[in-house]
Structures are given as structure tokens and as C-alpha cells.
Design a protein around this ligand. Structure first.
Ligand code: G4P
Length: 526
């Protein structure tokens, strides 16, 4: 059963964090343990450090890095790990949300000094939408951080999830001695080292062992005994199924930059994190071990080389075996499609591949046939659920600056939207085009890319809009009536779905009260 074996040994996950908590550093250390890179400093941060003025070289560079680091595959202890990168910058949150639909679990990095930050909270909400299992890694223990108990309480409170520490720090900051694993019942002593991989640790089966005093000194040994007793008393026994169903987040402590606590995290991760799981389509649930291939596109990178209008579509294999050169069914377009140029991502290298298994991500070279959210199958007409659009926060109307380049502008806009850079809404009245984004940075990115990749130029005019709400109703007649009465405020999204463009919160509430038969949704999937 090659398929079952391949599935069992795969773990596809993403690391999420508020910027600066240590996601890039942790990624790098995991790759070091996986033998995928040899030296520290090899992983480039896919972080956009934008200051008052935009630095376009930076954006171009980031786009390049972003392809290289989109997926990092490596092997560890017989397990094939696919780590999907997520942009930390909040303006690219949509990209992160989409990437999270392609993973089976998540590791969340929290800075022990800063605790739970705003981006952590938002990302956690997305994980909750699909009950994605989450492991927390509390980082930077070599700094004077907050009290571990306080941090755990904050995670429970702000992230609305139960926690279960599986390791426990001994001291902190300058006094950081090490971490005791409640899971493996052994002790790792800390030595600050950015290059060395940590060793096996000291095994202690019994906390009364005198070895504890020898290693930690009397005070820390006693403190640890007290802490462990308290934890075992307060928290119920760790149940891996509670973690797998997204109810409990196991917590580990460490210092990524010092390579500390990382191996412990990785060893536990491969044991408990889920192998590729079944996924919902509009019609049915598809299990990974079904013999027929299926998968969905969650990310598109276009125009990396301006001379060739090619793009890479990233597909998550969900069931069966994907084979290069085989003809598949493109469900949305209802046509056959074949890929001869297929890449897999190992560490930071791209390599041509002939086959891929559930959990794997492959890059398909595409000339414009694929969109985010598309499903490929061996013939079945079904579509994977789970790549919703969220209502943007900022809206601007597109003003064409060069009437001679109208075609280029339209093409550029539509391709950038397909890539998921922002969302485009077209008003029913006058076909006015409005771009909606999560962050301000996207408008600059769009203007820049329209100019450099399509030769089109545009301005953006601010619009006073509160939210774009997708609308539906059980009663088609009522929906038609609503559209008619609010015609000036109705637009279509990229897929032609009806959207109500609400100008303010209070007005939206009023409209909702006045039209009880209409359902208003803040995401495109309902
Ligand atoms: P991010 O991807 O989540 O944004 O964070 P990143 O890994 O880039 O880490 C942010 C900063 O935190 C980096 O410092 C990094 O070295 C530091 N850091 C990561 N892990 C630890 C840790 O365990 N302890 C301490 N003390 N610091 C840690 P930087 O000054 O921004 O960058 P660099 O010049 O050190 O690379």
C-alpha cells in the first residue's frame, strides 16, 4: 500500500506568529535539524520591513524570496515534513489565511516577553474556523520574559483555547537553566549556542533523582518539583485527540535562536501532529487514501520573469497520487489540463518531480488557466471548500490614468486579483471598479506591478466604505428586490457573487434590520 505509507509519513504544517516573535529563526532551526541546510543564516526572512517610503527593490526581492520559501520540504526521522511559509506582515494577512487552508496543523510562536500579540489573535481565529490543531512554542526564554503561568493564562484567555504545557522552563533570562520535558520526562540543560544542535538531554525518570540537584542546584531542583506537581495538578492529562480536534494546544518552551527546545518540539511534533487529513468538498468528504488524485490551488505567483508571462500555481495534493504529464480535470473550467513542468520544493531548492502524494505541495507552471481556489481531479466534478475571501478593510476606486492602456489595466488588474493580491469589486451601476485590501501596502504593490508588468498606470481614490458583505437569501425574489432597492450599493466580486458595499456600521445594522430575509456574510464562503 504505497499510498497509505506515503500519507502516514507526511506532516504538512505552517508556522504562524506576530512579526518578530521568531518564526524565521525557528524555521531555520527546523531545517537545520532536518539536514536541509547546513548553516545558520541561510533562511532569508520573507519579512517586509517597510519604512515611511516604499522600497521597491525590497518588494521585488521579497517576491523572489517568497517563491523560494513558499514551501520547504525536509525529512526528519523518517517523516517527510512540508513546512508552508506564511507572510508575517499584517498587510499580507489574506495570503496567510489562504496558506492556512493548505496545512493540516500549525505551530504558533509566541514571544515570552510580549506574550500574545494582535496578529497572533487574528491568525488563531483563522485556525479556529477549521479546528486546525495548534502547538504553541513560547520563544526567547533566554530573555527576561513574563511568568510562564501568566503566559499560559493569557494564551487561554486571548486565543480562546485550552493549553497543556508539555515542557516547563527552569529559570528565565540570564538565569535560564533549561527545559524539563513533561512529555518525555527528561531534562535539557541550556547552553547558549547559535550553531550547535542540542544533544539528547539528561534522562530523569523520577523527579526525586539526585541528578536533578547535581544538574540544577538545590533551589532550581526544588522549584521544578513544585512546578511539575502544580502543573500535573492543574492541567488534566494530555490527550492527543483533544489536540487533534483543535480543543487543546500543547505548549513548549525554548529559545529558537539558541537552538534550544527546538529538537524537543520537532520530536513531539512528528509524533503527535496529524498526517494529511480528509477534506471537505462542496459535495462530499474526500479521504487522502482514495486512489484517485485530487487537490486545490491555494497560491499563485505570477510574472516572476517579466519576459515570460508564466506563473506558478501551488497545489495541495489532497488524495491519490499526482503524476507529472498525466491529464487531469480542471473542474471550474470543465476541461482537461496537463502539466509537464512540475516542481517540488525541498529545503529552499526547487526540483522537477514526477509524482507527489497527499500532503505535498507542488508548483505547476501555468499560462493563466488556474485561479486560487481551483480544484483538479481525475474527472470528478467536485470543488474543495475552504478558501474564503474575507471582507477587506480598505477600499479605493481605480482611476485609469492612461486611456490608451485600458486593456492592459484590465488584464493586469484581473491577473493580480487572481493571484490574490487584493479583491476587486465591480459596481453594478457604472461598472466602477473598487479594489479592497486588508492593508495599505497592497495599493502601492498594485500600482507598482501594474506599471512594471503590464505598462498600465492608475490612481486610487479613497472610498468611505465600512465592509463588503456577500449577500444571499433563501427567497430569490426577496434577494432580487433587495438588489433593486440598493442598486447603487451592489457590486460583484471576482466570481460574480453579489456583494453589498456597506458605508458604515450603523447603516449596515439598519439595513440588516430592514431586510431580515437577506443574509449578510463577512466572508465569501457561507
Ligand atoms: P519573525 O520571522 O517571526 O518576524 O522573527 P525572526 O525569526 O526574524 O526573529 C526576530 C528577532 O528575534 C531576530 O532578531 C531574532 O534573532 C530574534 N530571536 C529569535 N529567536 C530568539 C530567541 O530565542 N532569543 C532571543 N533573544 N532572540 C531571538 P533581529 O535583531 O530582528 O534580527 P537578527 O539581526 O538577529 O537576525
Amino acid at each position: 500500500m504505497a499510498l497509505k505509507d506515503e500519507i502516514a509519513k507526511r506532516r504538512t504544517f505552517g508556522i504562524i506568529s506576530h512579526p518578530d516573535a521568531g518564526k524565521t529563526t525557528l524555521t531555520e532551526k527546523l531545517l537545520l535539524f532536518g539536514g536541509a541546510i547546513q548553516t545558520a543564516g541561510a533562511v532569508k526572512s520573507n519579512k517586509i520591513k517597510m519604512h515611511a517610503r516604499s522600497d521597491w527593490m525590497e518588494i521585488e526581492k521579497q517576491r523572489g524570496i517568497s517563491v523560494a520559501t513558499s514551501v520547504m520540504g525536509f525529512n526528519y526521522d523518517g517523516v517527510k515534513i512540508n513546512l508552508l511559509d506564511t507572510p508575517g506582515h499584517q498587510d499580507f494577512a489574506e495570503d496567510t489565511y489562504r496558506t492556512l487552508t493548505a496545512v493540516d496543523s500549525v505551530v504558533m510562536v509566541i514571544d515570552c516577553v510580549k506574550g500574545v500579540e494582535i496578529q497572533t489573535e487574528k491568525l488563531m481565529e483563522v485556525c479556529r474556523m477549521r479546528n486546525t490543531p495548534v502547538i504553541c512554542f513560547i520563544n526567547k526564554l533566554d530573555r527576561e520574559g513574563r511568568d510562564p503561568y501568566e503566559l499560559l493564562d493569557e494564551i487561554e484567555e486571548k486565543l480562546n483555547i485550552n493549553v497543556r504545557p508539555l515542557s516547563w522552563p527552569i529559570g528565565m533570562g540570564k538565569e535560564f537553566k533549561g527545559v524539563y520535558s513533561l512529555y518525555n520526562k527528561n531534562l535539557h540543560l541550556f547552553t547558549a549556542s547559535k550553531t550547535k544542535l542540542e544533544g539528547e538531554g539528561i534522562s530523569i525518570n523520577n523527579l526525586e533523582d539526585e541528578q536533578l540537584e547535581k544538574s540544577l542546584g538545590v533551589n532550581y531542583a526544588n522549584q521544578l518539583r513544585e512546578d511539575v506537581e502544580l502543573i500535573e495538578g492543574v492541567y488534566s492529562e494530555f490527550d492527543v485527540n483533544e489536540y487533534l480536534s483543535g480543543n487543546v494546544a500543547p505548549v513548549f518552551f525554548g529559545s529558537a535562536v539558541n537552538n534550544f527546545g527546538v529538537k524537543e518540539l520537532l520530536d513531539s511534533f512528528i509524533k503527535m501532529a496529524p498526517a494529511p487529513i480528509e477534506r471537505e468538498t462542496e459535495e462530499r468528504v474526500i479521504k487522502p487514501d482514495e486512489s484517485k488524485f485530487s487537490g486545490f490551488i491555494f497560491k499563485i505567483h505570477a510574472n516572476m520573469d517579466p519576459n515570460h508571462r508564466n506563473r506558478i500555481a501551488f497545489i495541495r495534493v489532497c488524495s491519490g497520487k499526482f503524476e507529472r504529464g498525466k491529464t487531469y480535470h480542471h473542474v471550474r473550467a470543465d476541461k482537461k489540463i496537463r502539466f509537464s513542468n512540475v516542481t517540488a520544493f525541498m529545503a529552499q531548492e526547487k526540483e522537477l518531480v514526477d509524482e507527489a502524494w497527499p500532503g505535498d505541495i507542488v508548483g505547476l507552471y501555468d499560462t493563466g488557466n488556474l485561479k486560487i481556489g481551483d480544484t483538479l481531479t481525475e474527472g470528478e466534478k467536485t470543488v474543495y471548500k475552504g478558501i474564503p475571501s474575507f471582507s477587506p478593510e480598505i477600499f479605493k476606486e481605480v482611476i485609469n490614468k492612461d486611456a490608451m492602456k485600458t486593456k492592459q489595466l484590465e488584464k493586469g488588474l484581473s491577473q493580480l486579483m487572481e493571484e490574490g493580491v487584493a479583491q476587486l469589486f465591480t459596481y453594478e451601476m457604472g461598472a466602477r471598479k473598487v479594489v479592497g485590501t486588508v492593508g495599505a501596502l497592497q495599493f502601492e504593490v498594485i500600482q507598482h506591478r501594474l506599471k512594471h508588468e503590464y505598462g498600465a498606470s492608475c490612481d486610487f481614490m479613497s472610498m468611505n466604505l465600512y465592509k463588503a458583505c456577500w449577500i444571499s437569501s433563501k427567497d430569490k425574489k426577496k434577494l432580487d428586490e433587495f438588489v433593486k432597492s440598493k442598486y447603487r450599493h451592489i457590486a460583484q466580486d471576482k466570481d460574480g457573487k453579489l456583494v453589498f458595499m456597506a458605508e458604515s456600521k450603523s447603516w449596515l445594522t439598519m439595513v440588516q434590520d430592514n431586510f431580515p430575509e437577506i443574509d449578510f456574510h463577512f466572508t465569501s464562503e457561507f
